[in-house]
Design a protein around this ligand. Structure first.
Ligand SMILES: NC(=O)c1ccc[n+]([C@@H]2O[C@H](COP(=O)([O-])OP(=O)(O)OC[C@H]3O[C@@H](n4cnc5c(N)ncnc54)[C@H](OP(=O)(O)O)[C@@H]3O)[C@@H](O)[C@H]2O)c1
Length: 337
C-alpha cells in the first residue's frame, strides 16, 4: 500500500465480492464518477476477482482491496489500520457483509401457519420458517452476531475519526425484513439461546443505527439501515438449492401481487443502498429501515418502514455493544501500538 488517497469521494463496502455487495459496487462506480472504491472482503482472491470484474465495465475505476473478516475482531482492527493508511476520509461506509446459517426449513411451523392463516408473515420475514445453526468464533462471540452486527460496529467506532467532519459521511447497513421483534431478546443480544440468530442480528443493526445517529449526527456522521428484500444469492442458496429457487421463480413473480419485498435480483435488491448515497443524509429519517419494494410489473421503489424499537430500548443494546467493544479494545491494546 502506498500513500493516502485524496481527491474524489471514498466508499468502502464490506462483503463486496459477490451478491448484493458486488452489484452495489458496480452501481456506485456508475453513478459517482471519481469515486474511490474499497472492497473490504475476507477472501483476498475473491476480492481480486471482483475487482477484475468491476474493471471490465469501469476500466479507469480506482479500486482498492482490504482484507477484513467481520467475524474476527482482530481482523477488523487490522483492516482499520490498512484503511487509515489508504484514506484520510470516508464518504460512504457500507456495512453489507452477512451470513445466515440455516439447517433446514421448519415444516411443522409452516403447516401451523397455514392453519392459523399467517403464512404471509412467515414468507415475508422468514421468521419461524427456518431452523438456524450458529457457533462460537475463536474470540468467544456468536458467529452470526459477530459477522453481521458486532464486527461492523467495531469498524464504525474505529473509523469515526475519518468519518464526517466538514462534509457528511454516511454509514449504510444492510439489514433485513427478518429483523422482527419476536426474533430478538434484548437480554441476549448475541442470540446465544435464540432460535433466530440471523433475525436477531438485524434487530441489533436497526437499534444500533438509531443510537449512532443520536451520538454521531453532530459530527456530520449519519447512519441508516436498508432491506434489500428477498434476493437470490449465495445466502439464499444456503436455504434451498439454487435449482429449487429456479423452479419456484415463476411463482415468486406472481407473489409480487401480495408481497412487495420479492426483489429476486441483486440490482433491485441494491436499490435502497444506492438511493441512500444520492440523498441529503440530514433529510432522512433515523427510525426507519429503507426497503426495496417491487410491484408485480417489476417496478422498484424505496420505501421507509418504521423500526419497531424505541430509542430507550435501542440505547440498552448500544450500551452492551459498546461495553463488548471496550473489552476487545482492552484485550488488543498492545497490538495497536
Ligand atoms: N439475499 C437476501 O435475500 C437478503 C435479504 C435481506 C438481507 N440480506 C443481507 O444482504 C447482505 C448481503 O448478502 P447477499 O444476499 O449478497 O449474500 P452473499 O451473496 O452470500 O454475500 C455475502 C457477502 O458477505 C461476505 N461475508 C460473509 N461473512 C463474512 C465475514 N465474516 N467477513 C467478511 N465478509 C463476509 C461474503 O463473503 P464470502 O464470499 O467470502 O463468503 C459475501 O461477500 C447480508 O448482510 C444479508 O444479510 C440479504
Amino acid at each position: 500500500m502506498t500513500g493516502r488517497i485524496g481527491g474524489g469521494e471514498v466508499a468502502i463496502i464490506t462483503g463486496a465480492n459477490g451478491g448484493i455487495g458486488l452489484t452495489l459496487a458496480e452501481r456506485l462506480l456508475t453513478i459517482h464518477t471519481d469515486l474511490h472504491l474499497c472492497l473490504a472482503c475476507r477472501n483476498r482472491q475473491r476480492a481480486q476477482t471482483a475487482r477484475d470484474v468491476l474493471l471490465l465495465s469501469h476500466p479507469k475505476a480506482q479500486i482498492s482491496i482490504v482484507t477484513l473478516d467481520t467475524s474476527d475482531i482482530q481482523s477488523v482492527l487490522s483492516a482499520v489500520r490498512d484503511i487509515k493508511k489508504l484514506f484520510s476520509r470516508i464518504d460512504y461506509l457500507y456495512l453489507n457483509a452477512g451470513k445466515m446459517s440455516v439447517k433446514h426449513l421448519n415444516f411443522s411451523n409452516l403447516f401451523k401457519s397455514i392453519l392459523k392463516m399467517n403464512t404471509l408473515f412467515l414468507f415475508n420475514t422468514g421468521h419461524g420458517l427456518l431452523v438456524h445453526s450458529d457457533q462460537h468464533t475463536s474470540e468467544g462471540l456468536m458467529s452470526t452476531f459477530a459477522t453481521n452486527a458486532f464486527g461492523h460496529f467495531v469498524l464504525v467506532k474505529e473509523l469515526e475519526d475519518i468519518l464526517g467532519g466538514t462534509k457528511p459521511s454516511q454509514v449504510i447497513w444492510t439489514s433485513s425484513v427478518a429483523g422482527v421483534r419476536s426474533a430478538f431478546n434484548p437480554r441476549d443480544i448475541q442470540a446465544k439461546n435464540g432460535k433466530d440468530p440471523y433475525g436477531s442480528t438485524k434487530c441489533v443493526i436497526d437499534t444500533t443505527s438509531m443510537v449512532l445517529n443520536e451520538r454521531l449526527n453532530k459530527g456530520n456522521i449519519y447512519s441508516h439501515t436498508t432491506c434489500p428484500g428477498l434476493v437470490l444469492t449465495n445466502m439464499t442458496n444456503g436455504i434451498l438449492a439454487s435449482w429449487i429457487w429456479w423452479l419456484i421463480l415463476p411463482f415468486m413473480y406472481i407473489f409480487r401481487l401480495v408481497l412487495d419485498h420479492l426483489s429476486i435480483d441483486t440490482y433491485k435488491g441494491s436499490e435502497p443502498l444506492v438511493w441512500l448515497s444520492q440523498q441529503e443524509p440530514k433529510s432522512l429519517k433515523t427510525n426507519v429501515r429503507y426497503h426495496s419494494c417491487t410491484d408485480v410489473w417489476g417496478n422498484t421503489s424505496v420505501q421507509p418502514f418504521q423500526v419497531n424499537f424505541s430509542l430507550e430500548e435501542s440505547l440498552k443494546v448500544y450500551e452492551e455493544m459498546e461495553s463488548l467493544y471496550k473489552g476487545f479494545k482492552e484485550k488488543y491494546k498492545s497490538l495497536e501500538q
